[in-house]
Each structure stands twice: as structure tokens, then as C-alpha cells.
Write a protein that binds this ligand. Structure first.
Ligand code: CP
Ligand code: NVA
Length: 309
């Protein structure tokens, strides 16, 4: 059974198959076509954390494709201990064709998938955000025409989004630089695993944001404190202050460079209004593309699950 718990669950070829399918479906949507390719299929989403984009883009995607969406908080699903996780997975997957989980722990998604009879999608965990990174490379390809050879510069925390972007960059043949304050870099163990799985990966970790953006095709940032790190917010605000993406930092990047952010943004912290609302920003195209990518991913995963039966 194929799941998407981390981008390592896809090969580079499969990564591009999902992007291509999403592009086809986006084109149809732009022509006002909503082909009922998932008619009668049920998507169940179980979220332990809030979500605007992930939850609603999957639900809209499912509706456009003729399917149905069910949403449960983690508590409603019983993830807080009402019953054994394996039992929840066995039951919910019998009602569903595909399940999206948003959790704190990556292990919870892995254990859920072990007992699930339908594909599981990671809709964000503390460690990973694969749907976001797929969307981001879909968007970069749409805007810049080609992802191979592009240079992505992530300014900020070596978090879930940064990790998934690093894997996506490696698959896409793009290079990536991550500029973080000392102590907030990508974990060395993760970088080792990436290099081992994708030897051609070109991911560099630095501590100087100005040097980092000099050759960027895209400057990308994310919140300094992720969901679950609220208690560290003040300490992080101090550590990340020199890493704000503002007009001054963007002035060190090439003039054609684009700005991306997975959203939600804390305006005035990791990014200023003038950058996120400025001409280089493609953040709302990126947010819209979550829905198109969700369609491509749902269709790709359900087709491969049905092919296995
Ligand atoms: N980018 C993203 O995943 O947004 P949500 O947290 O609103 O789903
Ligand atoms: N790194 C952020 C991403 C939100 C979409 C978080 O985990 O809160």
C-alpha cells in the first residue's frame, strides 16, 4: 500500500507524476471542468492542529472530483486515548478511500499507516510537510518554467517545511541553501539520510542570510515558531530577528527572484508586508496550488491503491 508520510515514500519519478497530474487537473479546472474522477470516494481528515489551507484544499479537491470529505479533530477521532491507535486506523480506513492526518508526532502517522487498509497522507507533522513541498515545486515549475538547476533559498528554521523542501529540491534537481541561526539548522542526521537516499542532493546549510540569497531564484520563509512551539516563541523571536525577509534582504537577491511562504505568515516577524504583498511574492498562487496539488495527489494515490487490488 502506497502512503505519503514523507517524500521519501515517493521516487523522484513518482514526484513528477504527481506534479504532472496536478497540472492536468489545474488546466481542466481553469477551463471550468470538474471531472468526477473520484465519484463515490471518501476522504477522511483527522487533524490534531489547526489548518486553513491543508484541510480546505483537500476538501475542495475532493468535491471538485466528485468525492466526499469527512473531517474529525484528533480528539473526536479518539487520538487522545479513547481507544488504541491501531483500532482507530483499522476502523476509519474501512470507511475511507484515503486519510489525511495532521499530527504532532511523525511516529503516530507511521503507526496509523501500519494498520490502515487505505492510503495515508501526512497533512503536516512536526517533522514533515510533504504536500506543501510538492505544491511548492509545482508552483516554481509553473512560474519559472523549469525546476531543474533552480536555486531555492530557505531563510529560517530547519523545520518540517524546510525538511520536505530539501527532499523535493533533491528530487527536482534544484539546489537549496538554508540560512538559519545557530542551533536552528536542519538536523545533521536528516542531511545524512538525504545524501544517502539521494546522492545528487545539493543542500547547503549556512548561518548568513545575506550571503545565502545572492543567487536565489526563490527566497522562501516560514514562521519562526511552528505549531506546538508556542512556549519558545519569545526566545525564537530574538534568535531569528536578523533572518527577517524584508526589503533590505531582498535587495541582496537577484531582481527577478520570487518570494514564497507556505502560510500562515506572522507578518512583521519572518516577513514584512512590503515583501509578502510586493511584486516578487507568489504566495497566493502557491496557496491556491495546494488545491490543484491535492487533486493530483489524491488521484495518483487512489489509482495506485486500486491497481494493487
Ligand atoms: N501551509 C499550510 O499547511 O497551511 P495550513 O496550516 O493552514 O493548512
Ligand atoms: N512550520 C509551520 C508550518 C505551518 C503550515 C508549522 O508547523 O506550524
Amino acid at each position: 500500500m502506497k502512503h505519503l508520510i514523507t517524500l521519501f515514500d515517493l521516487t523522484a519519478e513518482e514526484f513528477f507524476q504527481v506534479l504532472d497530474l496536478a497540472a492536468e487537473l489545474k488546466q481542466k479546472w481553469q477551463q471550468r471542468e470538474r471531472p468526477p474522477l473520484l465519484q463515490g470516494r471518501v476522504l477522511t481528515q483527522v487533524f490534531e492542529k489547526p489548518s486553513l489551507r491543508t484541510r480546505n484544499s483537500f476538501e475542495a479537491a475532493m468535491a471538485h472530483l466528485g468525492g466526499y470529505g469527512i473531517f474529525l479533530s484528533g480528539k473526536e477521532a479518539g487520538l487522545e486515548g479513547r481507544e488504541a491507535l491501531a483500532d482507530i486506523a483499522r476502523v476509519l480506513s474501512r470507511y475511507s478511500d484515503v486519510i489525511v492526518l495532521r499530527t504532532f508526532s511523525q511516529e503516530l502517522i507511521e503507526q496509523f499507516a501500519e494498520h490502515s487498509s487505505c492510503p495515508i497522507i501526512n497533512g503536516l507533522s512536526d517533522d514533515r510537510h510533504p504536500c506543501q513541498a510538492l505544491t511548492d515545486f509545482f508552483t516554481i515549475r509553473e512560474v519559472l518554467g523549469e525546476v531543474r538547476g533552480r536555486h531555492l533559498v530557505f531563510v529560517g528554521d530547519g523545520n518540517n517545511v524546510a525538511r520536505s523542501l530539501a527532499i523535493a529540491s533533491a528530487y527536482a534537481g534544484a539546489s537549496m541553501t538554508i540560512a538559519s541561526p545557530p542551533g536552528y539548522e536542519l538536523p545533521a542526521e536528516f542531511l545524512r539520510e538525504l545524501k544517502q537516499r539521494v546522492p545528487a542532493a545539493d543542500v547547503t546549510q549556512v548561518n548568513d542570510p545575506i550571503e545565502a540569497v545572492r543567487h536565489a531564484d526563490v527566497v522562501y520563509t516560514d514562521v519562526w515558531a511552528s505549531m506546538g512551539q508556542e512556549a519558545e516563541a519569545e526566545e525564537r523571536r530574538k534568535a531569528f530577528a536578523p533572518f527577517q525577509v524584508n526589503r533590505e534582504l531582498m535587495a541582496h537577491a537577484p531582481s527577478g527572484c520570487r518570494f514564497m511562504h507556505d502560510l500562515p505568515a506572522k507578518r512583521g516577524q519572518e516577513v514584512t508586508d512590503e515583501v509578502i504583498d510586493g511584486p516578487q511574492s507568489i504566495v497566493f498562487q502557491q496557496a491556491e496550488n495546494r488545491m490543484h496539488l491535492a487533486k493530483g495527489l489524491l488521484l495518483w494515490l487512489l489509482r495506485s491503491a486500486e491497481a494493487e487490488r
